[in-house]
Design a protein around this ligand. Structure first.
Ligand SMILES: Nc1nc2c(ncn2[C@@H]2O[C@H](COP(=O)(O)OP(=O)(O)OP(=O)(O)O)[C@@H](O)[C@H]2O)c(=O)[nH]1
Ligand SMILES: [Mg+2]
Length: 462
């Protein structure tokens, strides 16, 4: 009888326990590592000294505790939580290292269910929260799936109409101009040509603030660094004779483009994306605003492309191929602590404008979408200063470049998508700050992570 009861209890328990795979993405430096580190840290504190008033399960005292547990996906690298935390705990604290590729961490969150039926069955339940960090650049590759090599080449040729981009492309454009499309395929020719093209992608990211760089794996190759699949370039040197095969330069690049699509682009959707339940996309609007009009326009195109990548309905093949199941999608403007609090709602509205612009062309049926502004790790204090007899809001923090303590008013964020006038008279300079000095036994300071949790997990701990 006792054996039967134990079995029944564990069966009920399994029925109550839930798993949720929450994917965290954003373009490089958008704040993914800081977000996951802080989220894990907040959840580990949630049973004791939570500072998550807007997340009801914590506010109601129903979170009993959370702990890190081994993940189910042994082929996915582990997220470096300990390393990130120990960097933040250094004197003086430093931001965690940049990361590459995909990683994940699993938390078991033990809680008291609120739902009466669940409570009658069991006093406590567990939510296994799997957090997955992956580069947003991978999402930008999705449109490649419906393009041929010739179509993609034509699109890249169009990009080269922008003078700033064309100027930096000079080395690979001149190297490719002497290659005949029907000459015998030779890796000694293609490898340096692709290296020149990859360098160009890095250069336009760095110098022009470009976000929409394709193919995304060229700049973030991870384990595929040096793979022949990443050694092709768009053909932008005029007409090509018909029927060129792999033995020719053009045909070889076409084959590699197809391999890239099949193994890397479709492979990511099949192996990872299809398994995500919920998604948060982090966007650093402030760095793009600092860099100016071209960079912000490119960020806006990139956000547009990311929004479109959740449009499963557009073509049947998408749904058939990957059967995605994401039902909640949160866009979060990061580093809100770079702003005085009066600007936070403007930042959220600015991002919401970017997302809506992408939304217009996408049908995101069945997905609940929201936007907010947050700081995963709050590095500043806000207050007020008196300037020429007037009280104005101000921020206090340590500058990242020289460690100096400063009090400043960083300026205003445009509420709507900025127009030409705005760029003429813009008056802001968003400073990068060093991480806060923080007591490791305390939760990391943050802004609105609890609201992100409420949207993303609210219904899962009922
Ligand atoms: N003030 C402040 N700065 C932040 C915050 N989050 C991130 N940053 C800054 O942004 C930088 C990039 O943050 P990461 O979390 O490493 O960004 P990432 O998206 O993981 O970057 P990659 O791994 O390179 O793709 C950090 O080094 C900090 O300088 C935040 O909440 N507040
Ligand atoms: Mg990272």
């Amino acid at each position: 009888m006792r054996q039967w009861r134990n079995k029944a209890e564990s069966w009920v328990q399994r029925g109550l326990d839930r798993r949720l795979r929450l994917a965290v993405t954003g373009l490089s430096r958008s704040g993914k590592t800081a977000f996951i580190t802080s989220l894990v840290n907040q959840l580990e504190h949630a049973g004791l000294d939570a500072r998550l008033p807007h997340w009801l399960p914590a506010a109601e005292g129903r979170i009993l505790g959370s702990q890190r547990v081994p993940g189910r996906h042994h082929h996915v690298p582990a997220f470096g939580y300990e390393a990130a935390l120990s960097q933040l705990a250094q004197t003086p604290p430093v931001w965690p290292e940049p990361t590459r590729g995909i990683s994940e961490i699993t938390l078991a969150i033990r809680y008291c269910p609120k739902n009466r039926l669940k409570r009658r069955l069991q006093d406590t339940a567990t939510l296994y929260l799997e957090l997955v960090d992956y580069p947003g650049e991978w999402l930008l590759d999705l449109p490649l799936l419906s393009m041929s090599y010739a179509e993609w080449s034509a699109q890249q040729q169009e990009l080269l109409q922008t003078p700033a981009l064309a100027r930096l492309a000079h080395p690979w454009l001149t190297a490719g101009a002497v290659i005949a499309p029907d000459s015998p395929a030779d890796d000694a020719v293609l490898a340096p040509l692709a290296a020149g093209y990859t360098q160009w992608l890095h250069d336009i990211k760095r110098e022009c603030g470009a976000y929409l760089v394709q193919p995304g794996r060229f700049v973030l190759p991870g384990e595929y660094l040096g793979a022949p699949m990443l050694q092709f370039v768009p053909w932008v040197w005029g007409a090509v004779p018909a029927g060129l095969g792999e033995q020719h330069h053009y045909g070889m690049m076409e084959t590699r483009f197809e391999h890239y699509k099949k193994h890397l682009v479709a492979g990511f959707y099949r192996e990872h994306f299809a398994g995500f339940d919920r998604q948060i996309v982090l966007v650093d609007c402030l760095s793009a605003l600092n860099r100016g009009t071209d960079s912000f326009a490119d960020l806006s195109r990139a956000v547009n492309a990311i929004v479109q990548s959740f449009d499963y309905g557009k073509t049947g093949w998408w749904r058939r191929l990957f059967a995605p199941r994401i039902d909640k999608l949160l866009f979060a403007a990061t580093k809100a602590d770079h702003l005085t609090p009066d600007q936070h709602s403007r930042l959220a509205r600015l991002l919401s404008g970017l997302v809506r612009a992408g939304h217009r062309h996408a049908r995101l049926a069945g997905i609940d979408i929201d936007t907010l502004a947050l700081a995963s790790i709050k590095a500043t204090h806000s207050g007020e200063v008196i300037h020429r007899g007037e009280t104005i809001p101000a921020l206090q923090g340590r500058r990242l470049d020289n460690g100096e303590s400063v009090t400043l008013y960083p300026g205003e964020v445009p509420e709507n998508l900025p127009d030409a006038d705005f760029w003429q008279q813009q008056g802001f300079d968003f400073t990068d700050f060093s991480p806060p000095v923080w007591q490791p036994e305390q939760p990391l300071p943050h802004l609105r992570l609890d609201q992100a949790l409420a949207f993303l997990l609210g219904d899962k701990l009922a």
